[in-house]
Each structure stands twice: as structure tokens, then as C-alpha cells.
Design a protein around this ligand. Sequence first.
Ligand SMILES: [Mg+2]
Length: 382
Amino acid sequence: MKIKKLELFKVPPRWLFLKITTDDGLTGWGEPVIEGRAETVRAAVDELSSYLIGKDPLRIEDLWQVMYRGGFYRGGPILTSAISGIEQALWDIKGKYYNAPVYELLGGACRDNIRVYNWIGGDRPSDVKAAAQAQIDAGFTAVKMNGTEEMHYIDSFSKIDAVLERVAAVREIGGKDFGIGIDFHGRVHKSMAKILAKELEPYRPMFIEEPVLPENNEALKEIAKYTSTPIATGERMYTRWGFKQLLQDGIVDIIQPDVSHAGGILETRKIAAMAEAYDIAMAPHCPLGPIALAACLHVDACSPNAFIQEQSLGIHYNEGSDLLDYLLDARTFKYENGSVSLPTGPGLGINMNEEKIREVAAIGHDWKNPVWRNVDGTVAEW
Ligand SMILES: [Mg+2]
């Protein structure tokens, strides 16, 4: 069996889907994208295709090594996301070839299901109370919210108080055991992150996420002195080598690799195993589409330290094109009591609605995140 063709589909709200076809007619789907740079990742996938056409799709590790190491320069969001989506599609093919779910080929399931959380606003929109209630009504037992809007290096305590008020409101309606993840989104600097981490502690968050930007991870050591709340980070980190120092430092409690950015299914499984050796949990990042979510579920299935999975059903970006819209069977992801059961079909276990994908890919998208500025005109992190 040889890889015959790679096709890319840029579909709303902000995704890029990849279909790989083999010479004996097997197909695999992947989601190679960085949010806001879909065209750049598309170009990277096109460029990598010359390493793949005519090759055996079952030799995933070897193809990964060639794609990652063969080009001399490596890593980063664009190249690693391109490899990630290709790798997912190769696993989909491999699972279909052996008529087994991907996790069966990675050691088998070590769980029956995985808890999931849904997004509520926290910045714009800021009305988290109604949004949290809607998630509770939908059966979710955990949510994630943004902590703040723009936050300058040194900013006002009114902004701190506003965060506390929003989190208090969610805690009040959710009750004691409701999981509340609070995403600082890398938009808070060390100075204010210390204050926020300390003052949020009484509300017992499930975790605080990206208290600072990943390029400032050395600041986590100081922030951790001010709180016992679990610290999470990793959605903007790539490959085993990218996570190595963070894990060695042992400051974080939860890593959040993105299966569409960190290097794919097997790479994320390897990162999970490295984290397990440092007693660190995993909660894969996934505000993306159905292929990325399926890929995450296969990693979660065989990773004992995964404790919760992000997913984008109903997320505000998805207006008009949601997670399930591109699947032939919307019941593929079975949610029950705030958890999702493991996929059972061969490969990634999803059946894509190719007709709809081709139709909307003709329209495409040009999604970019907003560029924010502080009141003094300086650029703020989004
Ligand atoms: Mg985040």
C-alpha cells in the first residue's frame, strides 16, 4: 500500500482538514492547522507531501522522523502542526487497515471514558453565569473560562476584582465539585499573574492555565509560590523536546499538549508518558474540529494521566459551523454525565461528511484572532 494523494479543505469556522488516499482506496483524515494561520500550514503540508507520495502509510514513526528531522530546520507551530495533521490521517488509515481503533494499536484503552469540559466566555462575552448554567443544564461537570480581557504589565485591582466576581458566580451556581478551569491565556504578565493566582485560590479552581506566555515559563516558579491551585500550560508547546525542560522543572501540575500542534497522536502519547514519570497530569488542548477531537480521545484512551479533555462543542468561534456538522453521524461523540465514551470504530472512528466538506471548502474562511491594545495604545496579548 502506498500513499497516493493528499487533499486539503479549509472549512469554517477556522479549520483545515486533510484527506490522505492510498493506492488501494483507503482514506484517512487529519486536522493540520494553527488557528489564524491555516494558509501557512496548508503550504507546509503541500511542501511535506513530496516526502509522503509513494510511501507506505503504515510506517508512521519513520515518516514522522523524515518529516520532522529530514528538513534540517524543525519544530514550531507551523511545521509541527502540518506534521500533526498528516500523522493523524496516517493513524486513521492504519486503524482502518487493521480494522481497529487507533488506541488499540497504542497499547489498548486504560479507561472507559474521559471527562470533558466546555468553554464559557469570561472576556468577551463576559456573562459567565448564564453560560455556565447552560453547560450545567447540558450535563457538563466542568467548564473553562477566560480570566480577563487585556491586562497591562501593572494594571488595576478593579480588573482583579472583576475576575473574582465572575469566578465566584460560577462557583455559586456550579457548587463545590464543579470543575472551573481559568485560562489566563498568556495575556497576564508575571506581576499581575501572582496576584490573580493568589486571590483566585479560595474559589478552588480546577486549574489556572497559561498564567504567563510559554516563552516566559521560568516565571511559573515564582507564581507557584503564591498558590496551591494546579498550574496548567502547554497548548503552545511542541514535541517531546519542547516539553522536556518544563517537565524537568516540575513546576506545572497539568500539561495541555494539542494533538494538532504538538506533533500528532503518537508524539502526544510520548509527551504524556514523559509527564507521567514526573507525576504530572494531562488535559489535551482542543478548541478545534471533530478530527482533532477524535485524535485526542485516542490519546486519552491509553494515557492514564489524562484526566479531562477540552472540546469545542458550541464554543463561540463555531457559530454557524459546529463540531458535529462535518460528521455523517452526529452521535459519534457520545456525551453522558459530563464525559465522552471512547470511539469504537476503526481508525479515528469518525465518518466525515465529505460532500458537505467539499461544499463549504469552496467558501473557506479567513479567521484571525483579534489584535488587542491596552488603554495606552500598546499591544496587549489576546
Ligand atoms: Mg488556553
